[in-house]
Design a protein around this ligand. Structure first.
Ligand SMILES: C[S@@+](CC[C@H](N)C(=O)[O-])C[C@H]1O[C@@H](n2cnc3c(N)ncnc32)[C@H](O)[C@@H]1O
Length: 365
């Protein structure tokens, strides 16, 4: 991939390295990091190295009567942001509207004044949610200007935000379609809630989790389930699933998603992983009808807190999806005791960056 922002933008730090070398470098790093464990061979799962991000956030840089998208500077160039001409890692649908959208905003003082950030979310059909974030008072009167934008960009729903207020034109969600092992799954994705940034890689991660849990007996518990991204396809491998997540809106979306995909063996609960962990300790009747043998976890970068790690450690089999190898390693120091590591994968969700997403399957010996 060649991008005119390479060497200026602080996002693609590996811009000088060919993609195949990035994969090699990252997989070597992972092998070395997990050297102390008895790991099986690392599966390297890559996707597109261009136009792969289905969501992206840009600051806005104003200069005279021009405005530009901006990204944080490279570390070596100091703090702050720098204007960029393009971003090649975003979905083609996002890429195609970025410049024309900024042109329209430049022509409209009301839309442009104190516009601080623009966020994009796209789906596989090329529909978008664009969120305009302001550092000024905004009221309903902005609707007139947004309607003019909507006439030009028929595939975009707009959201306008300023501290504590939000205006939605016309909806705040997209319906995404993922193709998993040849089958289509639909997902409602709500703006400003977690969704996997790399659609193709998300499909491959789900296929990997499906393949590695097919033979497991008992029911499934899932922590950090988001909008049901893994839950819904994986529910086909289990009799019953109970899935939890801290974000209320994500749980609403997950419940909707189970319904539109015809899954009726899942219970979703909005609660933190630590709160859910206490239910088991307290022998809650909520859990009494489950055969609690298997757990799937996909925590944020911080990994598992102490309470949740203890809870997860009580299960026989664990599927761990991690966006931070350092916290995965810390958690494995507990979870690998008495279990065999049956699968280890590197999903290259974030080409051109140093970030690494991994999957590990642990089964009771
Ligand atoms: C890496 S995302 C994974 C989401 C989902 N598995 C997916 O594939 O889209 C982590 C999720 O954990 C949720 N989360 C963050 N802290 C949490 C906590 N303490 N307890 C439960 N969920 C939490 C976030 O809202 C987010 O949806």
């Amino acid at each position: 991939m060649i991008c005119s922002s390479f060497g200026k933008c602080g996002s693609c730090v590996l811009w000088q390295m060919p993609y195949s070398e990035q994969l090699k470098m990252k997989s070597e790093k992972l092998k070395e990091l997990f050297n102390e464990f008895n790991m099986p061979e690392l599966e390297i799962i890559n996707g597109n190295d261009e136009h792969f991000r289905a969501r992206a956030e840009f600051r806005v840089w104003h200069e005279g009567d021009k405005s530009f998208y901006a990204m944080r500077k490279r570390k070596e160039d100091g703090r702050g942001v720098i204007p960029i001409e393009e971003c090649k890692i975003v979905d083609k649908a996002i890429y195609d509207v970025m410049a024309p959208l900024m042109n329209e905003i430049e022509k409209n003082d009301n839309l442009r004044f104190k516009l601080y950030e623009i966020d994009f979310l796209s789906n596989s059909k090329g529909e978008l949610i664009v969120t305009l974030i302001y550092h000024k008072k905004v009221d309903e009167s902005i609707a007139e200007d947004i309607e003019k934008l909507k006439e030009k960009f028929k595939n975009i729903d707009f959201i306008v935000r300023r501290k504590g207020r939000k205006f939605v034109f016309d909806k705040n969600y997209l319906i995404e379609e993922l193709n998993i092992n040849g089958k289509t799954y639909k997902y409602k994705i709500i703006e400003n809630t977690f969704s996997q940034p790399n659609r193709k890689m998300s499909e491959k991660m789900i296929e990997w989790a499906l393949g590695n849990s097919k033979h497991l007996k008992g029911d499934l518990v899932e922590l950090y389930c988001g909008n049901g991204n893994f839950t819904i396809p994986l529910s086909e491998n289990f009799r019953k699933v109970i899935a939890t997540e801290i974000n209320q809106e994500s749980i609403q979306a997950a419940t909707f998603n189970a319904d539109i995909n015809g899954r009726d063996n899942i219970t979703f609960l909005a609660m933190s992983a630590a709160e859910f962990s206490s239910l088991k300790k307290d022998n809650s009747p909520l859990l009494s009808s489950y055969d609690l043998k298997n757990v799937l976890i996909d925590p944020p970068r911080a990994g598992l807190d102490d309470k949740s790690r203890k809870f997860v450690n009580d299960f026989e089999n664990i599927v761990y999806i991690s966006c931070n190898p350092e916290t995965l390693k810390r958690d494995l120091e507990t979870l690998a005791n008495g279990r065999k590591i049956k699968a280890f994968a590197f999903f290259d969700q974030f080409p051109y960056t140093e970030h690494m997403e991994c999957g590990v399957v642990l089964e009771k010996m």
